[in-house]
Design a protein around this ligand. Structure first.
Ligand SMILES: [Fe+2]
Ligand SMILES: [Fe+2]
Length: 501
């Protein structure tokens, strides 16, 4: 799923001009695809005759104008329903390239294999995984209408009942596929869905032969074409999806699963070089997943954001409490220098994530997860060395503040985990009091003014954190023999003096 930053972006003149130019370009591409349909059906010379012929040029003009109208419908939909999505040329490109590529594949399959072998669900499924369900259902209508237009263009003796039948079947099975594949976690299950969506196409194939007796080979061909439609839809989906993910840096649940795999490069580095930070990130990830589910955000995205939020600590892991085993290098540094090292991890993490071409939302969360919060421990330490006034800003993170609900969740899960870990008394009542204090503190320091989180959602996050943290510490009481293995997760309050780092 793509990252929706809910801030309303103000449209300027250049945004209108660029978005209209993008649409004009894709109108040209769609017209070229219509010409391609003529070429594969009639050959080059006859296609040219068709375009210039007295009787047929009107058909071409109709197809081109109809495609322009379809582009206009898409523009209106995106402008009024998801304007922030439309503002980026990359998003328009993803939307149209998926439609155009699916059209080319379907036209080739229809021409050389059979009209019912077209992988009609491919377009809707790609948009589902690259954008969202709502846009996928809309794109499905547009794609099928565009396919019908090209079928009308190349039809030699008027539109046959088969073309209308394929249009209706393609539209309905793709719609079904969107709901079947949505939230399916594994690629193998998606493959299984390919079989299910094939069945209505097989049935429709037989309906078109009801008036004639068919032999076993013809019956097998109908079955084969139906299954080819469903199976090729999902196989092409799995083959094409990574290309779109890479080219347009789009975030899908599959990509989220891949980047949170313990074998991925940065996570592997964290496990070996900053194991304490890694264990802390796992706890934050568990909490963040619960919080995201509670407020209707993507739990897999929350999990990935938690895994990467402290990636900047990789630069100098020993300066962070959870990676220290007795020796604390801050004892030899001035509070000013310690502050600089600690607060740099937010930006270092963001830079590292960008360097490895990981999704932008992860880099945003890394730099925003401490907002503009003060580093209390070193501020208090500095005060001991001076009689004068100290500016708290010099001992605070530079920001920016969280700009998405996911970043707000990570800020609260991170702070909540560190604060509860520092407590000796971890009864549910105490955990609730600590979480309430953490949330009140962040609100008092105006950390949520850049994101659209509501009071109701903050309340739900609080409940999820209290539940999650009580659960984590309850388990520890039940299994005291695991103490040594998890020492970094449940360090003593003394060890946790830099808990807000
Ligand atoms: Fe951090
Ligand atoms: Fe953290």
């Amino acid at each position: 799923m793509f990252y929706q930053n809910k801030k309303h972006i103000e449209w300027k003149k250049k945004n209108y001009v660029w978005s209209i130019l993008h649409f004009a370009l894709h109108w040209l591409f769609l017209s070229l695809i219509a010409a391609f349909a003529l070429y594969i059906n009639f050959g080059f010379t006859k296609a040219i005759d068709f375009i210039t012929g007295d009787q047929t040029y009107l058909k071409c003009i109709f197809a081109v104008i109809a495609m322009l109208l379809m582009c206009f419908v898409v523009y209106l939909y995106l402008y009024f329903e998801c304007r922030d999505y439309l503002i980026k040329g990359k998003n328009i490109a993803v939307f149209f390239f998926v439609i155009e590529l699916s059209m080319i594949i379907c036209l080739v399959m229809g021409r050389y294999v059979g009209i019912f072998a077209r992988p009609s669900a491919l377009c809707a499924l790609l948009i589902l995984l690259l954008v969202n369900k709502r846009t996928a259902t809309f794109a499905n209508f547009i794609f099928n209408i565009l396919m019908l237009l090209t079928d009308i263009l190349v039809a030699k003796d008027g539109v046959s009942i088969q073309v209308i039948g394929q249009f209706v079947t393609g539209l309905s099975i793709s719609h079904l596929a969107v709901y079947l594949v949505d939230n399916v976690g594994s690629r193998i299950k998606v493959f299984g869905m390919g079989f299910i969506i094939s069945l209505p196409i097989v049935a429709m194939g037989f309906v078109f032969h009801l008036d004639q007796s068919i032999n076993i080979y013809e019956a097998l061909e109908i079955v084969l074409h139906g299954f080819m439609s469903g199976i090729i839809s999902v196989v092409a989906l799995m083959a094409i999806l990574p290309i779109f993910e890479y080219l347009f840096n789009v975030l899908t649940n599959y990509r989220l699963a891949e980047i949170t795999d313990h074998k991925s490069k940065l996570i592997k580095a964290m496990i070996t070089e900053a194991s304490g930070t890694f264990q802390h990130s796992i706890v934050v990830a568990t909490l963040a997943e619960t919080c995201a589910t509670a407020i209707g955000e993507n739990p897999l995205l929350a999990r990935a954001a938690a895994y990467y939020h402290d990636m900047g600590k990789l630069k100098q892991p020993i300066y962070f409490t959870e990676n220290q085993h007795g020796y604390n290098p801050h004892d030899e540094l001035t509070p000013e220098l310690s502050t600089q090292i600690i607060r740099a991890h937010a930006k270092d993490g963001s830079d590292l994530i960008k360097k490895y071409h990981l999704p932008t939302i992860l880099a945003d969360v890394a730099i925003e997860h401490h907002g503009t919060l003060p580093i209390q421990y070193f501020y208090a330490k500095a005060q001991k060395f001076t009689d004068g006034e100290l500016d708290i800003k010099d001992y605070s993170y530079p920001g920016p503040k969280p700009s998405s609900k996911i970043a707000a969740i990570i800020m609260l899960a991170d702070g909540g985990e560190a604060a509860v870990r520092a407590q000796k008394d971890r009864t549910p009542e105490r955990v609730e009091a600590v979480i309430k204090a953490i949330i009140d503190d962040r609100m008092k320091l105006d950390q949520f003014s850049n994101c659209e989180i509501t009071m109701r959602e903050i309340e739900l996050i609080k409940e999820a954190l209290v539940y999650g943290l009580s659960d984590v510490y309850h388990s520890r009481v039940q299994y005291p023999n695991k103490k040594d293995k998890s020492r970094n997760l449940f360090a003593s309050s003394k060890e946790n003096k830099n808990a807000k780092d």
